[in-house]
Design a protein around this ligand. Structure first.
Ligand SMILES: [Zn+2]
Ligand SMILES: [Zn+2]
Length: 204
């Protein structure tokens, strides 16, 4: 059993994340680093002990779901469509929280800088040269896996209050399509009918 350098995970743990996601990419490597760090600091969320707010829907989020146990289905993973490489975590028992954001140096992302020479090499390789492309990607991933965490990320307190616990609501029928909708998601249309978001979009 060998630890993967720069990150406290075993090779087989990394393999498990990769098989969950489907491939090993730079984004997943970033998520593995965040997930491993958070799991060490906050523990793994079997149930809803932790809640995560992610500001991107990139590959990294799959590693976070797998390693931290904050998942879309459990309702303790909240997606904010901000397009930022940033992730907040909250522990319900004691309110401990953190926001981890990609570090920016002189207006450029540290990771982008870290990989700039490899990106350049990649550009020169023919897109059809799968072997060559894979080789470069592998080196990029190795670099992400081995770089000091504090160089890659800025760590700060969360900027938002701890999100409310996911609650179970009753479902009511949409007055247009008749399908059942969680009551908190029903919308009023111009005629004052309670309808689902899909029907509302079709009316606009
Ligand atoms: Zn990916
Ligand atoms: Zn409807």
């Amino acid at each position: 059993m060998t630890l993967v350098c720069g990150c406290g995970l075993l090779r087989e743990e990394v393999d498990a994340v990769v098989s969950f996601h489907g491939h090993f990419c730079v984004g997943l490597a970033i998520g593995i680093r965040v997930g491993e760090w958070v799991c060490r600091e906050f523990g793994y969320s079997e149930d809803e002990e932790l809640v995560s707010v992610v500001e991107t829907d990139m590959c990294a989020v799959d590693a976070i779901q797998f390693l931290v146990g904050c998942t879309f289905g459990k309702g303790n993973l909240i997606f904010l469509d901000y397009g930022k490489n940033a992730y907040s975590f909250f522990r319900r028992s004691d309110g401990k929280n953190i926001r981890i954001a990609g570090r920016v140096v002189d207006g450029v992302g540290f990771v982008a800088k870290l990989l700039a020479d490899l990106k350049e090499r990649q550009r020169k390789i023919d897109a059809a040269d799968i072997e060559g492309q894979n080789q470069i990607r592998k080196i990029m991933i190795e670099r992400i896996m081995q770089t000091n965490f504090d160089n890659m990320f800025t760590i700060m307190p969360a900027r938002i209050p701890i999100p409310e616990k996911a609650r179970i609501h009753k479902s009511l029928p949409c007055e247009k399509c008749g399908e059942l909708v969680m009551e908190t998601r029903l919308q009023k249309n111009k005629k004052g009918k309670n309808i689902c978001k899909e029907c509302l979009l079709n009316e606009e």
